[in-house]
Design a protein around this ligand. Structure first.
Ligand code: ADP
Length: 478
């Protein structure tokens, strides 16, 4: 296991020798201690990133593409090693962790392909008195801050476009899940060294002092961009801090996705979609269905069938082959889910299944279906981030859309209908960056992932994802 920082290609302990512990959420066992960086360490990372930036920007797109492709190949060759680390540090079942390696590595391959296709533009001035070229240039050193729910994928979808565009990057993974990223550091560092890239193109800084890190790095005018996935609360702090030097920012923040099941929905599709949108990653997903809005005539059928499916979940350690529902990532996360459910039940809601926090070791919470929730209940307004499906009803499409949009967030939305006009209306009127029609899984390396409203701004993946890492320069000529 790699437990030291990557300051460029050097794998070193924190300069003051500090460490912090990492635990297995299924057993609460101490796994290992990891370097706890402080100011001297992240300053060094920025010195290196800043020194490497101009040389790295001049590397040919093809070399940057080749490097990304080799990183992809090596991650895929070591898939099970990555997957096991993820399962141990954050709890997801091993098969899902393998799925995350496929998905996360997919961004490395996708942006290896995009690196050689970064478009510019040439045009004649309409007045006929000159020409213009519009050329993309890397924004410069990037700080990437990532969450614990997808320890690999949330980072690769930032690192890959940044490298493709010619930026250097400092990565700050979540303190609950530092191990996956430190292993990726080994792979990246090996490939960059083999290619003779300047030292400092990628650094990985694990720390418990995230607040100080962002404050100090953002106060340094050499840092030119912050890309973040995490809570809306933290995103707002980072945007505020970006004002001092007007750093560019991309913010992929919280969600509160509605999942609408219309009167005419294909119930088989809706149930499969609900399982994908709710239960993947133990429900700890920013695009997870947070509110099921079901037409009143189909609510009983939907509730019964979802409850039946939830009965089949087997709780346990993610490394056990039979496990389909792992623990939540921490005691704090499990307690938050339990509190939301307990409050709803205390105010008159009913649990069709689950709803009881288990005793014993590990931060487990059962697959839960709740009905009869009042419209003011916190569980409808906060991101649950757990395996809890809350089902409410509607009578007509206007009501469904109004309820779906009655949130400060706007990341993902899902809708199930067999009517093409209803589908188009929902796609148009749902206030979200991403809409799944008759589909409960929408993440795709080729699509622009991101939100509106307090779910943030900026897009990751697709042909759009690389634009977050380039500035456009307009050159006028006679
Ligand atoms: P969550 O509630 O999902 O853990 P957070 O926004 O708190 O979401 O955390 C997401 C990531 O942001 C983690 O890597 C965390 O360490 C980091 N983080 C939290 N607060 C700050 C901050 N003030 N500056 C920089 N990073 C932060």
């Amino acid at each position: 296991m790699i437990t030291n920082l990557w300051l460029g290609t050097s794998n070193v302990p924190a300069s003051d020798g500090a460490t912090f512990p990492v635990y297995d959420p299924a057993t609460e066992e101490h796994l290992v201690d990891v370097a706890d960086a402080s100011s001297a360490d992240w300053s060094k990372a920025l010195d290196l990133a800043s020194a490497a930036q101009s040389e790295w920007a001049q590397w040919s797109p093809q070399s940057r593409s080749d490097i990304l492709r080799e990183i992809y190949d090596e991650v895929m060759a070591r898939k099970d090693e990555f997957a096991e680390l993820m399962t141990r540090e954050m709890g997801k079942p091993f098969a899902q962790a393998q799925g995350e390696v496929d998905y996360g590595a997919g961004y490395l391959r996708w942006f290896a392909e995009e690196a050689v296709r970064l478009p510019g533009r040439f045009a004649q001035s309409p007045a006929g008195n000159g020409t213009m070229t519009i050329q993309p240039e890397p924004v410069g050193p990037v700080l990437a801050i990532t969450p614990w729910n997808f320890p690999l994928a949330m980072a690769t979808r930032k690192i890959a476009p940044a490298l493709a565009a010619g930026c250097t990057v400092i990565v700050k993974p979540a303190e609950l899940t530092p191990l996956t990223m430190l292993l990726l550091g080994e792979v990246i560092s090996g490939v960059l060294t083999r290619h003779g890239a300047p030292d400092g193109v990628v650094s990985i800084v694990t720390t418990t002092k995230a607040k100080d890190l962002s404050k100090e790095l953002q106060a340094d005018k050499r840092l030119r961009k912050v890309t973040f996935t995490g809570s809306t609360r933290t995103g707002k702090i980072l945007v505020e801090q970006s004002a001092q030097h007007l750093q560019r920012t991309s913010m992929e923040l919280g969600g509160n996705a509605p999942f609408i099941v219309c009167e005419d929905a294909d119930m088989d599709l809706a149930i499969e979609g609900a399982i994908a949108a709710k239960m993947r990653n133990n429900g700890e997903v920013c695009v997870a269905a947070n509110r099921f809005l079901v037409h009143s005539s189909r609510a009983q059928e939907f509730t019964d069938r979802l409850t039946q499916r939830f009965q089949g979940y087997v709780t346990g350690h993610g490394m056990e082959a039979t496990t389909t529902l792992g623990p939540l990532v921490s005691a704090q996360q499990r307690d938050k889910v339990a509190q939301l459910v307990d409050a709803a039940l205390a105010h008159g809601a009913t649990a069709a299944i689950g709803g009881i926090r288990p005793e014993g070791r590990g931060y487990f919470y059962p697959a839960t279906v709740i009905t009869g929730v009042g419209s003011d209940e916190d569980i409808l307004h906060e991101e649950i981030f757990g395996p809890v499906a809350v089902i409410t009803t509607f009578e007509d499409l206007d009501e469904a859309i109004a309820k779906a949009n009655d949130t400060d967030f706007g990341l993902a939305a899902y809708a199930f209908t067999e009517n093409v006009h209803t589908a188009q209306r929902l796609a148009n009127e749902l206030e979200a960056g991403m809409v799944g029609i008759n589909r409960g899984a929408l993440s795709d390396v080729a699509a622009p992932f991101g939100g509106v409203k307090q779910s943030g701004f900026g897009r990751e993946g697709g042909t759009e994802g690389i634009e977050e890492y380039v500035n456009l320069k307009y050159v006028a000529r006679p």
